[in-house]
Write a protein that binds this ligand. Structure first.
Ligand SMILES: Cc1cc2nc3c(=O)[nH]c(=O)nc-3n(C[C@H](O)[C@H](O)[C@H](O)COP(=O)(O)OP(=O)(O)OC[C@H]3O[C@@H](n4cnc5c(N)ncnc54)[C@H](O)[C@@H]3O)c2cc1C
Length: 292
């Protein structure tokens, strides 16, 4: 019997993950599934569970390094149908997990809603940004999350209000497998004023981050109040290269990938960075990116 019989339009086999990550790196996913509704997601998850197929939830792949050997499981992306809907609600906006954050930020400008400007220049989906509590110097997304709707691996759907949610540096207490949607509480403001703030953030990002090259944002978390980028710079590693992967000269916490770079190149470079930073500063850098 075919495992995903009846779901042919939404299931691909051996889909190259390089097509779905910002690094443009990664071997094939055994199953690549794009459910369009919560019911489809629930049924897909049930079949994965019953057949002991590990599930990986993908946003836009902006914080991921996928191994060259690929993913021996089901990569599930909530980027279609119901998961891409945006609705204005009292005091803010509700958006499906698959909505692109950049588009949501611009929609909020048009509707005169302020609060998501801190997401400017951060590639990702609503699901990925909430899961990672994406943000930085201009604020984190967690501060405007009003509620999330989630689904557990076993298919239960429920909502969590902000009083039950905790957001910390690049993490949340959301442990349910799937974030289905999020509601953000936003303030009314003049579109021109919101846009001005967005433009300022863009200029800052363009000046400090290598946004046009293949990468996955900051590779390591800052540690004990110290900037990981500064520690890497201090270890003399700007420009350090392994195969097709190298440390950005603009921002030392970014690893950039030339066409043809492999996950093995990036992983070797990560190990070298960790060793050298430890030798120089006695700090063991923790990964911010996720490795599949
Ligand atoms: C150029 C560049 C600049 C960046 N700048 C920043 C920055 O300034 N600040 C910052 O915080 N990050 C930054 N990042 C990292 C990245 O943009 C964020 O981590 C973003 O939140 C990733 O979203 P995504 O949808 O791509 O998630 P993915 O990378 O696809 O996934 C990230 C994690 O979220 C999980 N996930 C994704 N969707 C869901 C869902 N629906 N339900 C449950 N789990 C889910 C995945 O399983 C994975 O664990 C940058 C990345 C790049 C490439």
């Amino acid at each position: 019997m075919k495992l995903f019989a009846g779901f042919e339009p939404i299931v691909k086999h051996d889909e190259p993950m390089a097509s779905h990550t910002w690094f443009r790196i990664g071997g094939p996913a055994r199953y690549f599934i794009e459910p369009r509704t919560v019911e489809e997601l629930s049924e897909v998850a049930r079949r994965c569970r019953e057949n002991e197929i590990p599930m990986y939830v993908l946003g836009s792949g902006a914080n991921l390094l996928v191994d060259d050997a690929g993913v021996k499981g089901a990569v599930i992306r909530l980027g279609e149908g119901q998961f891409t809907e945006t609705t204005l609600v009292e005091g803010g906006v509700r958006a499906g997990a698959g909505v692109e954050m950049g588009k949501l930020v611009l929609r909020c400008v048009r509707d005169g809603l302020s609060g998501l400007e801190c997401q400017t220049g951060i590639p990702g989906t609503v699901g990925g940004c909430v899961k990672m509590n994406a943000g930085g110097a201009f604020g984190d997304i967690g501060s405007v999350v009003e509620a999330v709707t989630v689904m557990s691996e076993t298919g239960e759907v429920f909502s969590r209000h902000r009083t039950e949610l905790a957001f910390a540096y690049r993490s949340t207490n959301i442990t349910s497998k799937f974030i289905l949607s999020a509601e953000f509480h936003l303030n009314e403001d003049a579109p021109e004023r919101i846009l001005k703030q967005i433009k300022q953030i863009w200029i800052y990002k363009k000046n400090t981050q290598p946004l046009t090259k293949r990468n996955a944002g900051c590779v390591f978390k800052n540690s004990r109040g110290m900037s990981a980028g500064a520690l890497i710079d201090r270890a003399g590693l700007k420009g350090k290269r392994v195969g097709g992967a190298y440390v950005s000269r603009k921002h030392a916490n970014f690893i950039l990938a030339d066409p043809g770079a492999t996950a093995a190149d990036v992983l070797k470079l990560i190990n070298i960075i960790r060793q050298e930073v430890y030798k120089k500063s006695e700090v063991y850098l923790e990964l911010e990116i996720e490795v599949w």
